[in-house]
Design a protein around this ligand. Structure first.
Ligand code: SAM
Length: 248
């Protein structure tokens, strides 16, 4: 463990992971980088402004989101060339994981600039490690396409993919996803991790049909990570854990 940490390095892009629901999950290093950087590039400046305010950090903010990534990447690269230390954060979790970040990181690497990851919360890792499914080999595909035909094709490809498959899904489509899995992978064990790190965190485990029945019975809100066991998953059949109805 290092106690006397050196100051931040000039001309460095810091990718700072932020909480996915529980503010206690911010790391000491994330706070230090946010305090010591020159500027924070944020997916949503209002939301990040609130996070910084909570931790009593005042910093200039620059917006960096999906639709201005190209233009803002150039600006960030220019700032880095001038010696600035830029922290990149998204609304929640780790930048670049189903979130903006990839483009500016690629541009910085191409320009020979330093990029450092400040690791921390990531829904993918939190969900997978507590799922009870195999973690030695997994395949993360983020969000499925919205169009039915494209979703079906993506799921058919996953059926042939070794290891645990991990997806992000919105509460509006999680029932649809279970229906699709009933058709495409009916015998697999599936785990739905909901509202990780928050008050109503829960893991729902079962076959697609069992989980579909739960989604039909309860109106499940919040954020989800869905994990599908590998075809040859050896673990004992996972139990479906019905949680009591909750008021949100
Ligand atoms: N960059 C983030 C990360 O590191 O996990 C992911 C951002 S992506 C835009 C948002 C999706 O991540 C949500 O729709 C959900 O699928 C998943 N997610 C984020 N926070 C979550 C949480 N607290 N519980 C379950 N899933 C979560």
């Amino acid at each position: 463990m290092q106690n006397n940490l050196p100051p931040l390095t000039a001309s460095t892009l810091y990718l700072v992971a932020t909480p996915i629901g529980n503010l206690e999950d911010i790391t000491l290093r994330a706070l230090r980088v946010l305090k010591e950087c020159d500027v924070v590039a944020a997916e949503d400046t209002r939301r990040t402004g609130q996070l910084l305010q909570h931790f009593e950090i005042r910093k200039p903010l620059l917006s960096y989101f999906q639709f201005n990534e190209a233009k803002r990447s150039e600006e960030i690269i220019e700032r880095l060339r001038q010696g600035q230390k830029v922290a990149l954060v998204t609304d929640a979790g780790t930048p670049g994981i189903s979130d903006p970040g990839e483009r500016v990181v690629a541009a910085a690497v191409k320009a020979g600039l330093r990029v450092e990851s400040i690791p921390g919360p990531c829904a993918l890792v939190a969900a997978l490690t507590a799922s009870g499914l195999a973690t030695d080999e997994f395949h993360f595909i983020g969000f499925l396409p919205h169009k039915s035909g494209q979703r079906k094709k993506a799921l058919e490809r996953l059926r042939e993919t070794p290891g645990t498959s991990v997806l992000y899904e919105s509460p509006y489509r999680v029932g649809k996803l279970m229906q699709e899995l009933v058709e495409i992978m009916p015998d697999r064990q599936v785990v739905m991790a909901r509202e990780l790190t928050k008050k109503f965190e829960e893991y729902l485990r079962g076959t697609p049909a069992e989980l579909l029945a739960i989604t039909e019975k309860r109106s499940l809100k919040g954020e989800f990570v869905v994990m599908i066991a590998a075809a040859d998953e050896k673990t004992a059949k996972l139990r479906v854990e019905e949680e009591s109805e909750e008021q949100e």
